[in-house]
Design a protein around this ligand. Structure first.
Ligand code: NAD
Length: 340
């Protein structure tokens, strides 16, 4: 390592911290995602080559951004993590090999395959089947309390269906704005001479992080569940877990039975040989889907294996986003609404 690399790492820290703030806190990115991803990958490569340059406050080790002070804060009982990503067949094979090495097994792995929805991660908390709280991911540990805003999303049940569920059930998923709603919103804004949103992801984030839930109510947001957070029965997480299936896919089906929306594209793949065709199929149909996606996500389906694999600093080892090639270099709109 020489001072040139140290200087480059410092510059990358500064740039990425600034872009993170603009994206996560202000909902107002100034560079395309592809540019952000390129800089992040450069930083990760430098940190891999020169481990002494990797610090705990590096953007590569952090999730999202600080929660906005305008909202009350929620501490997540289980952290809300990000996802690692791969961009090529070669990187995908490396991901599978890392799993096989860690499990010390070459057994065929089943994967739960899901579209990577381009919205905003939220955690919904149900107590005795009643919706009591919703929070954003924030920095992964602390998020914003957006309960009133989430209540306006009609597809999210305020009471779970049926009568068998853990006493406490935290559902993790993505709030997003369907493409048609996004286009309508921007068309109306242009007509009224108001500010427009850069893309559906920013529109969803800006709409959800409103201090006035009446505005959120008009925005036609949607939600798909993709996982679970803390569960508990009789004060015990172990008892809470007993209610749940031992397959990630089956758990999502359980959530669906309780009335939570599940993306219809989610599929259980019986071996990694099916991964490529799932990815290609979704990529081909990307334009026809009525919501924006930026890739696919593959999660080891067996919960016991997930637990054995565990987590690294900001993401689980048992899942990865297989991202699509950058679609566009994003024409950023100059005025992006920001209302908190
Ligand atoms: P990410 O968006 O790459 O992946 C993690 C997120 O994916 C989760 O938090 C969840 O919200 C979402 N997700 C969607 N579908 C999912 C599914 N089926 N299962 C699980 N999670 C699912 O990670 P991130 O840390 O939120 O953001 C990093 C990305 O954001 C970057 O790669 C970049 O593209 C973009 N970004 C852009 C800028 C910018 O300035 N343009 C700045 C920061 C981040």
């Amino acid at each position: 390592m020489n001072s040139e690399q140290k200087l480059r790492v410092d510059t990358l820290h500064q740039q990425l911290n600034l872009y993170n703030h603009q994206y996560y806190v202000l909902d107002q990115p100034t560079v395309p995602d592809a540019e952000y991803d390129r800089l992040m990958r450069e930083l990760i490569a430098l940190e891999a080559e020169f481990p002494e340059l990797k610090t705990s406050d590096s953007p590569s080790q952090r999730i999202g951004g600080e929660p906005l002070k305008a909202f009350s804060q929620v501490t997540h009982q289980l952290p809300m993590l990000s996802l690692d990503n791969v961009f090529s067949e070669q990187e995908w094979q490396a991901f599978v090999k890392r799993i096989a090495d860690r499990l010390n097994s070459n057994d065929t792995l089943k994967f739960c395959a899901e579209p990577k929805l381009d919205g905003l991660a939220v955690s919904l908390r149900y107590e005795s089947g009643i919706f009591v709280q919703a929070a954003t991911r924030g920095d992964g540990t602390t998020g914003e309390n957006i309960t009133e805003n989430v209540k306006t999303i009609k597809s999210i049940p305020l009471r779970l269906q049926g009568d068998r569920f853990p006493d406490v059930l935290e559902v993790r998923g993505e709030v997003f704005m369907p493409k048609a709603s996004f286009e309508k919103l921007n068309t109306e804004a242009i007509k009224k001479g108001e500010k427009t949103f850069a893309n559906p992801r920013n529109a969803a984030a800006g709409s959800l992080r409103q201090l006035d839930s009446k505005i959120t109510a008009k925005r036609n947001l949607a939600f798909y569940a993709y996982g679970l957070g803390h569960v508990e029965t009789n004060g015990s997480a172990t008892e809470g877990e007993q209610w749940l299936a031992d397959s990630h896919y089956q758990r999502l089906c359980q959530l669906k039975q309780l009335g939570l929306p599940m993306c219809p594209e989610v599929k259980l793949l019986n071996s990694e040989d099916e991964v490529d065709s799932f990815y290609q199929d979704i990529l081909t149909r990307r334009e026809q889907l009525n919501y924006e996606i930026d890739g696919t996500v593959f999660k080891v389906d067996d919960i016991a294996l997930q637990q054995r694999l565990g987590f690294v600093a900001r993401a689980p080892r048992w899942a990865t986003a297989y991202k699509f090639p950058a679609q566009e270099e994003l024409t950023l709109l100059e005025d992006v609404e920001f209302q908190v």
